[in-house]
Design a protein around this ligand. Structure first.
Ligand SMILES: O=P(O)(O)OC[C@@H](O)[C@@H](O)c1c[nH]c2ccccc12
Length: 260
């Protein structure tokens, strides 16, 4: 069994447990359900940098990245650095994140927030809304075409934007549909952890122009972004490169200064 299969197996158990404790009616009562979403796509369209900065304590590929930062400093730092949006990992077992991280990020900044999670059930989309997210991630390699349709349409009905993540051509073809807002190419293969920016370059021409294109993972310098921009990428998702430093916000700030 590869690591992605393991994560999804654990996630199914976790979601069952969560659903048995907190009914959807309770999630729908969250005050954050009434909040107007902030559009990530609009920010990306109007940005010179396109940086989406991630809060990520650890990962299965790198183990510990940084356990010493707190989410509100990171969120405020990213906001004052001028990023377009923030991605918050909420998986606990493999990434050291939590729903509380999302909630604290929401309370600390006015950035569009992406719930970075392995979504396999509509319940997790309600949770995303109830804890202050503006955008959800759907990972094509773990979902069927029908699930992608059902989940993305459900997200849109809650005024959440949808980022669909792909890693190869087959995943792209099975997923393209009007209920998506952004298509992200993960440069990291989640089954083997291999990283290559060539994946973004290769798939770029196949992504229809109706979607904002985002390149994800393994971006550690400005020259990688300059390399990807001619391929039509308007968003760049960066985690480890900022989180491995003592001050993620300052790191993002100097990165953006060098970029624009
Ligand atoms: O830390 P990096 O290499 O900059 O990567 C960030 C982000 O792209 C990565 O965390 C990610 C992309 N897709 C995912 C899906 C699940 C968990 C994590 C991810």
């Amino acid at each position: 069994m590869n690591i992605l299969d393991q994560i999804v197996n654990d996630k199914r158990k976790e979601v069952d447990l969560r659903r048995s404790l907190i009914p959807t009616s309770q999630l729908e009562q969250s005050v954050l359900f009434e909040r107007d979403s902030i559009s990530l796509t609009e920010r990306l369209k109007n940005s010179d940098s396109g940086i989406i900065a991630e809060h990520k304590r650890r990962s299965p590929s790198k183990s510990i990245i940084n356990q010493n930062l707190n989410v509100f400093d990171v969120a405020q730092g990213y906001e004052s650095a001028g990023v377009c949006g923030m991605s918050v990992l909420t998986d606990g077992k493999y990434f050291g994140g939590s729903m509380d991280d999302l909630l604290l990020a929401r309370a600390s900044c006015n950035l569009p927030l992406l719930r970075k999670e392995f979504i396999i059930h509509t319940y997790q989309i309600l949770e995303a809304k109830a804890y202050g997210a503006d955008v959800i991630l759907l990972i094509a390699s773990i979902l069927s075409n029908i699930e992608i349709k059902r989940f993305s349409e459900f997200a849109k009905s809650l005024n959440l934007e949808v980022l669909l993540e792909i890693h190869n051509e087959e995943e792209l073809h099975k997923s393209v549909m009007p209920s998506l807002d952004m298509i992200g190419v993960n440069n990291r293969n989640l089954k083997t952890f291999e990283v290559s920016l060539e994946t973004s370059k290769r798939l770029s021409t196949l992504i229809p122009d109706d979607f904002i294109k985002i390149s994800e993972s393994g971006i550690s310098n400005v020259s990688s972004i300059k390399e990807l921009q001619p391929y039509g990428y308007q968003g760049f998702l960066i985690g480890e490169n900022f989180m491995k430093t003592d001050n993620a916000g300052e790191s993002a700030k100097s990165f953006i200064k060098n970029l624009i």
